[in-house]
Ligand binder design. Structure first.
Ligand SMILES: Cc1cc2nc3c(=O)[nH]c(=O)nc-3n(C[C@H](O)[C@H](O)[C@H](O)COP(=O)(O)O)c2cc1C
Length: 359
């Protein structure tokens, strides 16, 4: 894989090649169609392209990935920009992520058993605010299918890939740890790190799970199992992170982080989707531009209280300036999702380029 240096040549500007192509031509066409259908087609196209070394070379020439390596939690990433969970739910596009310029990507969230999610339509654009409203309900083919997909998609080698674990929506109270532990066992060798998603707004049980006592119990079990698995397979420790929602109060947030730190986890992802502040009646979870201010507050608060804890910022990061603010607030890495829908894949390089000088 050829990487572009943060200092650009004449051919490759900081904004990538043809920066307006997506906004002026592709986006208006894509926005004529249902949002989830466009997403599914994007995944299918990426899955197809990643099978061809020639296509990967062309994409890499076009997107000119930024190589500014950084070591976080013992893992070396080519740059600080990650794909957030929910984009590649089934683990089908891990091999193309590097050519698009990502430093890492998170697959999932993956529950143990397959589940269909909520009825369609369940993903809506809110273009006035560059937001999305989703009511997906954690649809997934389940841990075994994702393992098979990842085995295929990671065959050619790839950038570090995280796997987001979640429990099935019908998991009985008290059984969450068992569900998550089994998924960890099935997927262990295919992830470089793991995120625990118990903060999805579309999964009612998750509201109960964001409770410090439950968090500590569940995470302790995962941390112990991870140690056993690393020992059994003779591999290095794979970090575990907890993802928390922006709707927690500051006090609740700090209580949850404290419980996670007591359980000895490696870091936190701040945050997930949020309740829709623009319409209290609307179902669904909000992502995108509107989340940024609360996300930044969360990062600042947690970093001030736990200065050595690894924080990954996620929520409304859709420009290099916003990504830089997240790092200045204490994040080590940034994750993006909705920005890809509104700004296109070129946003990855623009952000990675701006963050390249952070050490
Ligand atoms: C359609 C959709 C599906 C998502 N699915 C998941 C998921 O399965 N697991 C998860 O942890 N987060 C999920 N998320 C949340 C994102 O990972 C991210 O936390 C959120 O979108 C905020 O980032 P953004 O503003 O950059 O989009 C999803 C988001 C969207 C829009």
């Amino acid at each position: 894989m050829r990487y572009g240096q943060p200092q650009n040549s004449l051919l490759n500007t900081q904004n990538g090649k043809f920066p307006m192509l997506y906004r002026l031509i592709l986006r208006p066409i894509l926005f004529l169609f249902d949002a989830e259908w466009v997403h599914d087609m994007t995944i299918a196209l990426c899955g197809w392209l990643q099978k061809s070394p020639g296509a990967l070379r062309v994409l890499s020439w076009y997107f000119h990935p930024v190589y500014a390596p950084v070591e976080v939690m013992g893992i070396t990433l080519p740059n600080r920009v990650m794909l957030a969970a929910g984009f590649d739910k089934a683990g089908k596009i891990a091999n193309i992520m590097q050519a698009l310029g990502l430093g890492s990507g998170v697959v999932g969230s993956v529950p143990l058993r397959a589940q269909p999610g909520n009825p369609k339509p369940r993903l809506k654009r809110v273009p006035r605010r560059d937001d999305l409203l989703n009511h997906m309900g954690c649809n997934s083919p389940g841990a075994f299918a994702v393992r098979d997909n990842l085995e295929e998609a990671r065959r050619g080698g790839s950038i570090p890939v995280g796997i987001s674990l979640t429990c099935n929506t019908d998991t009985l109270h008290g059984q969450e740890a068992t569900n998550l532990l089994e998924s960890l066992r099935i997927l262990y060798l295919l992830g470089d790190f793991f995120e625990v998603n118990i903060s999805c707004r579309n999964t009612p049980a998750h509201r109960y799970l964001q409770n410090p006592l439950v968090i500590e119990k569940v995470l302790r079990a995962l941390v112990e199992r991870e140690k056993e698995l690393a020992h059994r397979h003779g591999v290095q420790h794979k970090p575990i992170l907890l993802k928390l929602a922006p709707d927690l109060s500051d006090e609740q947030l700090l209580d949850c982080v404290e419980a996670a730190v007591r359980a000895d986890i490696d870091g936190v992802v701040l945050g997930n989707t949020s309740k829709n502040p623009h319409s209290v009646d609307a179902v669904g979870a909000l992502s995108g531009h509107s989340l940024f201010d609360r996300m930044l507050e969360m990062v600042r608060l947690v970093h001030t209280t736990y200065p050595t804890l690894t924080i990954i910022a996620c929520g409304g990061i859709d420009s290099p300036e916003r990504a830089e603010l997240a790092l200045a607030a204490g994040a080590a890495l940034v994750q993006i999702f909705t920005a890809l829908v509104y700004k296109g894949p070129g946003i990855i390089r623009r952000i990675a380029h701006r963050l390249a000088h952070y050490r």
